[in-house]
Design a protein around this ligand. Structure first.
Ligand SMILES: Nc1ncnc2c1ncn2[C@@H]1O[C@H](COP(=O)(O)OP(=O)(O)OP(=O)(O)O)[C@@H](O)[C@H]1O
Ligand SMILES: [Mg+2]
Length: 570
């Protein structure tokens, strides 16, 4: 019923929970005092006796105290849950940063969003209400029974005997609840994932007229989610009904025994009034615990998923810093597999500093995988990638990222201004420098007709053309002075003019850094100092353009075929 790991997560939470229980307990004592005074006043009025003025003052004082203690305990609830929410969200965020760009191979984006928002919110009830209530609900019946035992021992004993029935009923539904809530969260995140995917792919779905079909699939998923939600509600309502029967049945039983004592004279009017007042309150803490329990179990089911994310084993890349990157990158005997699917075998490749190295080959031959290993998006186990004799995977990720820049065919443009997008690459760059790179990629004239650097860009750069988007991404890349530039199909899917502009900049970059150029259009690699040809995860040929053409191997065949297809362009 208590999750030690959750409690251990926040050092201050125990303090706030303790204080919460303490102030709840003081509110209970004030409440007992109020009931005692009220029962006494009523019995005195009934017996036609006068009521002392001080008694009224005491009554008002205890009511005020009870209010004050309740306010303080609510404050403690707030403090403990605030800490928890902040700490957990921070932990999730840090973990994601640590996992890095390939996080969605391990966990779905929508699941993270749901866990970090609603999942963490559900835990608020666990810390702010459930855990303090658990202690308070154990304490309150003992105190109340003790007070009632002075009036009537049988009543105190009967009420006390009913108390364990509530935790027993909670424990009985717990295994069921845990399984059901696990399923609930699974369906919830998978529905969220489908929703996100359909939203992202909406244009494609419309083009292929497939939106209706996808909607049908999502409706089915939504229906399953509705069903599991209903099951959760049924489980919660059933268990609350059982608790209500125990609570109100127990209170009624205690009061009936008390009334019996009143009739046969063993309990006086004050005594029976106190039994009725306190009897009605007797089960409330346990009953509340039951209600909190359901929300808390939901939070705990979410916390299990959160811990699963936090526990993902990530290679600690607390690696080397101050590495000189202005060196050749030497790849030797590099092999790599996604899970158990081997996609690279014994790769030997050198990316010379201040030169263009091209990587070509059939689709699926492993080119982007090499790029992803070079930019540490994936981590290699077999073979080596060395820069100036230092193993790339031993270098601190953030440090390496200062020296490596990647441009692929779908580089992301963020919502905001052109300036915002450029500042991402280099924080302390002035307007002049920004215009310089924008002119290099021939976006300057276009932006001058708009709002200059303050021109607003929509999410994903959707108000720019494909070519403009890619040229803006290149401008951003140029601002980030790097030692290794990786272009992975950076010019695919764009207009010829944009392609020429980008290629011109790539050629210039070789004067200051190493460039890896992955390209399908073989005409664009003619000037590369070395061309590596990949086939099915292996390097099958390498050399300069002329050498490969003389070799008349794979490259030659691919080049000739492309030339034929593209006609006069090549
Ligand atoms: N995240 C992944 N999980 C599993 N397999 C993957 C993953 N990414 C790529 N692959 C597989 O690895 C192989 C190499 O893919 P890669 O993207 O490196 O090819 P490529 O040469 O860049 O192809 P293209 O020219 O089409 O971009 C392919 O068979 C692909 O299916
Ligand atoms: Mg690729």
């Amino acid at each position: 019923m208590i999750n030690k790991r959750l409690l251990g997560l926040i050092s201050d939470s125990k303090k706030y929970i303790g204080l919460n229980v303490l102030f709840n307990f003081m509110a209970l004592i004030s409440n007992i005092a109020i009931m005692v005074i009220l029962a006494y006043i009523i019995s005195e009025v009934f017996n036609n006796n006068g009521i002392s003025f001080y008694l009224w003052i005491a009554l008002v004082a205890f009511i005020a105290l009870k209010y004050l203690f309740n306010v303080i305990s609510s404050k403690m609830s707030y403090l403990s849950s605030r800490e928890v929410k902040m700490t957990l969200r921070e932990l999730i965020f840090k973990k994601l940063l640590k996992i890095g760009p390939s996080y969605n191979e391990k966990i779905m984006t929508s699941e993270i969003v749901q866990l970090a928002s609603e999942g963490v919110d559900q835990l608020e009830v666990y810390f702010a209400s459930y855990v303090p209530q658990l202690f308070y609900a154990l304490l309150a019946p003992i105190i109340l029974s003790l007070v009632l035992s002075f009036i009537s021992l049988p009543v105190a004993l009967v009420l006390f005997a009913c108390i364990p029935l509530i935790p027993i009923s909670i424990a009985l539904v717990q295994t069921w609840a845990k399984r059901l809530l696990g399923k609930y969260w699974q369906r919830y995140s998978s529905l969220g994932d489908s929703f996100l995917e359909n939203l992202e792919g909406l244009v494609t779905l419309k083009i292929y007229n497939a939106d209706e079909y996808r909607q049908k699939l999502m409706n089915e998923e939504a229906e399953e989610f509705r069903r599991v939600t209903m099951k959760v509600l049924i489980m919660q309502l059933n268990s609350i009904t059982i608790m209500d029967i125990v609570a109100y049945g127990g209170a009624a039983l205690g009061i009936i025994i008390g009334l019996n004592g009143f009739i046969n004279g063993s309990i006086d009017l004050f005594g029976i009034l106190l039994i009725i007042f306190l009897g009605a309150d007797y089960f409330i803490p346990m009953r509340q615990l039951g209600s909190f329990f359901h929300v808390a179990t939901n939070g705990m089911a979410a916390s299990e998923k959160i811990f699963k994310l936090l526990d993902l084993e990530i290679e600690d890349n607390e690696g080397l810093k101050d590495v000189a990157f202005d060196n050749d990158v030497i790849i030797k005997d590099l092999s790599f597999a996604y899970e158990d699917k081997k996609v690279l075998t014994d790769i030997d490749l050198v990316i010379k500093n201040k030169a263009i190295t091209a990587l070509v080959g059939e689709s699926g031959s492993g080119k982007s995988t090499i790029a992803s290993l070079l930019s540490l998006f994936n981590v290699y186990e077999e073979g080596s990638i060395r820069i100036g004799g230092i193993e790339l995977k031993d270098i601190d990720f953030n440090e390496a990222m200062k020296h490596i820049a990647v441009l692929n065919h779908n580089s992301y443009i963020f919502k905001g201004s052109i300036r915002d997008n450029l500042l991402m690459a280099c924080k302390d760059v002035d307007d002049e420098k920004m215009w310089e790179v924008l002119n290099k990629v021939k976006l300057g004239d276009f932006l001058k007709t708009m709002n200059g650097l303050d021109t607003l860009v929509e999410e994903g750069g959707s108000n720019l053309s494909g070519g403009q988007r890619q040229r803006l991404a290149l401008a951003r890349m140029l601002l980030k002075k790097s030692d290794l530039y990786i272009f992975d199909e950076a010019t695919s899917n764009i207009d010829v003019e944009s392609e020429a502009i980008i290629m011109e900049q790539i050629k210039k970059l070789k004067d200051e850094a190493g460039v890896l150029l992955i390209a399908h259009r073989l005409a664009s690699v003619i000037d590369a100092s070395d061309i590596y040809v990949m086939d099915n995860g292996r390097i099958c040929e390498s050399g300069s353009f002329d050498e490969l053409m003389t070799l008349k191997g794979n490259f030659y065949k691919m080049y000739e075929t492309q030339k034929e297809l593209e006609g006069s362009i090549v």
